[in-house]
Design a protein around this ligand. Structure first.
Ligand SMILES: Nc1ncnc2c1ncn2[C@@H]1O[C@H](COP(=O)(O)OP(=O)(O)OP(=O)(O)O)[C@@H](O)[C@H]1O
Length: 717
């Protein structure tokens, strides 16, 4: 792997890099020179914005390598690209003649970069990988695929260096090193929903994000029109991943938590202020609740008890009650949404009146039908028989009245289950008014279900759902309806399922998402956690998820594992942090949520500057209860990948409540008191899974500090 600037190959490749950068500048100048000239002021403005957006996308970031690989297609092997040479990078760059200087990593020609092997060279004679330092090309590595013998040791040192690079700041893209089994998922067809089970650090999140970028490139118009969404477990996680897609030039993908999704349309009238017991949340998250709500909603209909009389001029038209009922039944039989059915009823009745008029020799036109539909007696009838429903009020009525709940839940929920979720009977004080209602997160999901039963939710073209193993059936339904006519990438690990209300298996999750046909994939190679550390964490696996095979690590560095029994964990975390502060990389101290307050004081007293993840002084339910800025909040402006990123302004040390650790990673992880972490959960198996999540966040080293005995499951085998 030559590293010197004197090397003739490096000189030549640097020249291509410089020429590519110049070509990119020229593309941008050309774009900026375009004049927006639309047919009117609005279209001119739209055009102007499109030009500005394109120019922004063409901006060269000196720290970001413009390409990271080269493909030399063989002159002998048959392929569409026989004898051609391509540079693979983050975006397409062409010269003045329109010939490609750099090919987008998502283009079909780039597939060989990720998939070619000795067994299947994809038409390649040679694959070259480049090493960069601060945007400067400093090394290359050749892999002959035509049977020639490679110089140097087997395996890619550039890949190894990339995987082992210290982590600082938010998540980075992995375009330069996507592995073949990951690439298969990234490039799966848009129509295909995919479900990926994978151990911690196998790249599920990375793969999901790259898949969106790939789909946006391959089906730009469909996705732009339909929309794409990334769903993650919490704001801290979304902050952590939010820069990956922009770094790949994709700025238009929405990111949200399930709670944000379901609360979006009700922010004015519905604030989540209460926490359900695990038992209540489990019932509220059960798919049977969809049926309960359905019954409650449709019980708003009543049967007509008198004929409808419509007066037009001097004539009166009569429709007997049984006929009105027939119209109602016919609409219901079509399975339409409640609000659509309501609108249809008025029109159907009006049409029937119109038919009567015609039979009587009149010749009314369509306007008459509309007028009849909007006439006072028809509107009054519809309001009475098929009333407009406010979903917030309906849910309030259902949860505050044992009688109403019983009517809707009879035969679906037993009395004990009903008592658990009914404010009147659960021991929780029943709110006197709607404004006083203390809604929970699970209530918001129920509201979303109701809103969808009233009016079909809008479906996007693609949804990436991360940490999907934690979702309740009702949450799955909420996400599923947002991709009902599109596809989904479902990511997760059943060994990391820590909620009491989780659907329980991938079959169940996919069924409730409405994607039972999703292609199931598994990722098994871990890129985050060093071997020694993953083996330690895997001691929990027989208890946390006995059906899963132990995870593996592709990391060559063994990493460091240090398990220390200490007298005072609060004191010891300071010592441990001090011992790793000298090395490059982020430091995460993870502890049971209930211990965060004590530990932040202990760190502050000893002068350790740190951020408390999730600390929000305005949120009384925040486990940290501190006004310290969270790391993500004080992160500098989005900056694309850089080899020598300046230290972020945020403190090096993050104090992380165990409940927020999912999906995150730190170079050094210090875990405080595992027994407390396990006990912080509702059931032991969930506690062990939480501990498994926490123990698998480390990239370089894991220090475990305990003053209480370790959970027995962690003991030596
Ligand atoms: N092909 C790859 N090349 C380099 N780094 C990779 C690759 N795949 C994954 N990684 C890195 O490994 C780390 C873990 O990836 P990621 O967070 O996507 O894993 P995960 O499976 O979602 O983990 P978890 O289950 O803990 O949420 C990240 O730093 C990611 O950038």
């Amino acid at each position: 792997m030559p590293q010197s600037g004197d090397d003739p190959v490096i000189r030549a490749e640097r020249a291509h890099l410089a020429a590519s950068r110049a070509a990119l500048r020229a593309m941008r100048d050309e774009t900026l020179a375009l004049r927006a000239q639309g047919g009117n002021a609005v279209s001119t403005e739209v055009l102007h914005q499109a030009i500005q957006a394109r120019a922004a996308a063409l901006l060269d970031h000196p720290d970001v390598p413009l390409f990271f690989g080269r493909l030399d297609y063989s002159r002998e092997l048959p392929s569409r690209y026989q004898g051609e040479r391509y540079y693979v990078g983050r975006r397409h760059v062409h010269d003045a003649a329109g010939d490609p200087m750099v090919i987008d990593w998502r283009a079909p020609v780039s597939v060989a970069f990720y998939r070619a092997s000795g067994k299947d060279p994809h038409g390649l004679a040679l694959r070259r990988r480049f090493g960069f330092s601060g945007g400067e090309l400093t090394a290359f590595e050749d892999e002959p695929l035509d049977g020639a013998v490679a110089a140097g040791p087997p395996g890619s040192r550039i890949l190894t260096a990339e995987i082992e690079r210290p982590r600082v700041g938010p998540m980075r893209d992995i375009v330069a090193t996507i592995q073949p089994e990951q690439d298969e998922i990234v490039r799966a067809d848009l129509a295909a929903s995919v479900c990926v089970q994978g151990a911690p650090g196998t790249g599920k999140t990375a793969v999901g994000l790259h898949r969106v970028a790939y789909l946006l490139y391959t089906h730009r118009e469909r996705l732009r029109r339909g929309g794409a969404l990334v769903v993650g477990p919490n704001r801290q996680f979304l902050k952590y991943i939010e820069q990956v897609l922009p770094a790949l030039g994709e700025l238009e993908v929405a990111q949200a938590t399930v709670q944000e999704l379901v609360s979006k349309d009700f922010t004015q009238r519905f604030t989540v202020r209460a926490t359900d017991s695990a038992e209540a949340a489990r019932i509220k998250g059960d798919a049977r609740m969809a049926q309960v709500l359905h019954r409650a909603l449709w019980s708003s209909l009543s049967a007509p008890d008198e004929a409808l009389i419509v007066t037009r001029g001097v004539r009166k038209w009569r429709m007997p009650a049984y006929e009105v009922q027939e119209h109602i039944d016919a609409i219901r039989a079509r399975g339409v949404r409640y609000a659509a059915g309501r609108a249809m009823l008025a029109q159907r009745i009006a049409h029937a009146v119109l038919t009567r008029m015609e039979a009587a020799g009149e010749s009314p036109d369509d306007r008459v039908q509309d007028a009849v539909a909007r006439s006072r007696p028809v509107k009054a009838l519809v309001d009475r028989l098929w009333p407009a429903v406010d979903p917030v009020k309906l849910l309030f009525g259902l949860l505050s009245s044992a009688q109403r709940l019983a009517a809707a839940a009879d035969g679906l929920l037993d009395t004990e289950e009903q008592a658990l979720i009914c404010w009147e009977r659960s021991g929780a004080k029943a709110p006197r008014s709607l404004a006083a209602a203390r809604w929970s997160a699970a209530d918001a999901v129920l509201l979303d279900e109701l809103a969808d039963q009233l009016d079909r939710a809008h479906s996007l073209a693609h949804v990436v759902l991360d940490e999907a193993q934690d979702l309740s059936p009702m949450q799955c339904r909420a996400v599923g309806r947002r991709c009902a006519t599109g596809s989904a990438t479902v990511l997760g690990d059943v060994a990391q399922a820590t909620t009491a209300w989780a659907a329980g298996s991938w079959e169940e999750t996919l069924r409730h998402l409405g994607k039972p046909e999703a292609v199931r994939e598994e990722l098994t190679q871990g890129f985050r956690v060093p071997r020694q550390v993953i083996e330690y964490a895997a001691r929990l696996l027989p208890f946390a998820a006995p059906q899963l095979a132990p995870p593996t690590s592709v990391r060559q560095a063994d990493g460091a594992l240090d398990v220390r029994e200490v007298a005072d964990v609060g004191y010891a975390i300071g010592e441990a942090a001090a011992s790793v502060l000298g090395a490059e990389g982020s430091i995460g101290i993870i502890a049971a949520d209930a211990s965060i307050g004590v530990l932040t004081r202990a760190l502050t007293e000893r002068g350790f500057e740190h951020a408390v993840l999730g600390a929000d002084p305005s949120d009384p339910s925040d486990p940290a209860g501190s006004s310290e800025p969270s790391q993500a909040d004080s992160e500098p402006e989005p900056e694309p990948e850089s080899e020598q990123q300046p230290e972020p302004a945020a403190p090096r040390i993050s104090l992380v409540p165990a409940s927020l650790a999912k999906g995150l990673e730190y170079d050094f992880v210090i875990v405080a008191e595992p027994a407390d972490i396990v006990e912080g959960e509702y059931a032991e198996v969930l506690g062990l899974r939480r501990l498994y999540v926490v123990l698998t966040r480390a990239v370089s080293a894991l220090i475990v500090l305990h003053s209480r005995p370790l959970p027995s499951q962690l003991g030596a085998r």
